[in-house]
Design a protein around this ligand. Structure first.
Ligand code: HEM
Length: 138
């Protein structure tokens, strides 16, 4: 069901649904959430290019959508995570890929039994590299 712009709770629910990917990685009835680790890695690889000296890189712009970054050997395998999240993006077209990838990492950590992770959109813009990076680390 489509959601209202800014309804991150609705996006979280959709992310939770795609965490269970039977047939992917080590999914079985006891170990669900098989997409969880690769979603954490996607969020990390999106955020981890941030350079505070130059304020460049980071999750802003979701560069892995394009071959230059998506095809980088360091990002091998992350296309699975991006494919898993595509139905969530279709369901909630208002969320940016940058924010969706970050939020998916947060939700994956929480759903796999990790701590509650802070997530926030600051300054009225949802595509600021620094804030996405901080949101992931908070
Ligand atoms: C510079 C340090 C790091 C290096 C060199 C590194 C390297 C790697 C490599 C080679 C893989 C295996 C990829 C594959 O073939 O499937 C991997 C997986 C993974 N990494 Fe890292 N990593 C680093 C830091 C991190 C950090 C900081 C995080 C968490 C924030 C992280 C989270 C993960 C996760 C969750 C996976 C498993 C993904 C899956 O199971 O599909 N890594 N990493």
């Amino acid at each position: 069901m489509p959601s209202t712009k800014g309804d991150f709770t609705a996006v979280r629910k959709s992310i939770i649904k795609v965490l269970n990917q039977p047939g992917y990685d080590n999914y079985d009835d006891d170990v669900k959430h098989s997409a969880g680790p690769v979603l954490v890695r996607l969020a990390w690889h999106a955020a981890g290019t941030y350079d505070k000296e130059t304020n460049t890189g980071g999750s802003d712009g979701a560069g892995m959508r394009y071959e230059a970054e998506g095809g980088d050997p360091a990002n091998a395998g992350l296309q699975h995570a991006r494919v898993f999240l595509e139905p969530v993006k279709q369901e909630h077209p208002w969320i940016t890929y940058a924010d969706l990838w970050t939020l998916a990492g947060v939700v994956a950590i929480e759903e796999m039994g990790g701590p509650k992770v802070g997530f926030g959109i600051f300054g009225g813009s949802s595509e600021i590299a620094l804030t996405n990076y901080l949101a992931f680390l908070t």
